[in-house]
Each structure stands twice: as C-alpha cells, then as structure tokens.
Unconditional design. Structure first.
Length: 88
C-alpha cells in the first residue's frame, strides 16, 4: 500500500500538468502591434533583400525573422512588434 500512494500521486501530476498548460493563454503580439504584413514590407525594403525564409513569434515579445540577401547572406533579426524596427 505504501508504494501505491507515490505512484498514484505521480500519475495525478502527469495528468494535471498538461491540463494546466492548456489553460495558459498563448503568447501573442500586443494590441498596439503593427500588422505582420507591415513588418514584412519593412523587411522587404532593406538593402539587398532577396527573400524571407522564416518568421516566428517569440514568447519574449518579438518576431524572429530570417531572410536572405541578394549576395546569399543569411540575416537573423529580432523585430519589435510595435515599432517594426530591430531590437537592440
């Protein structure tokens, strides 16, 4: 009986953690953010821009953008969602 109690508690925790994670709001850009299309337009206007490879929203509050230039250089920048400018 003594070994059953820790097992039951462990099983309860395993089932409770996913339920807790589902109740957390997903990380999203703030209300004052620029539209993603506006941010993409700013990036496309950068010198020697060729194409965007990837854009991800980071839980820390910025967009991670990976793009390539016309000379095939890979550029990774963090973009502020409110200003559309790179984070320093």
């Amino acid at each position: 009986m003594r070994t059953a109690i820790p097992g039951i508690l462990s099983a309860g925790l395993l089932f409770a953690i996913p339920a807790w994670a589902q109740t957390q709001p997903p990380p999203i850009p703030p209300e004052k953010s620029l539209k993603l299309s506006e941010i993409i337009t700013k990036i496309e206007q950068r010198d020697q821009f060729r194409y965007i490879d990837e854009i991800d929203w980071d839980e820390d509050g910025y967009y991670d953008v990976v793009y390539y230039t016309s000379d095939k250089a890979k550029v990774e920048i963090k973009i502020d969602p409110v200003t559309g400018e790179p984070r320093m």
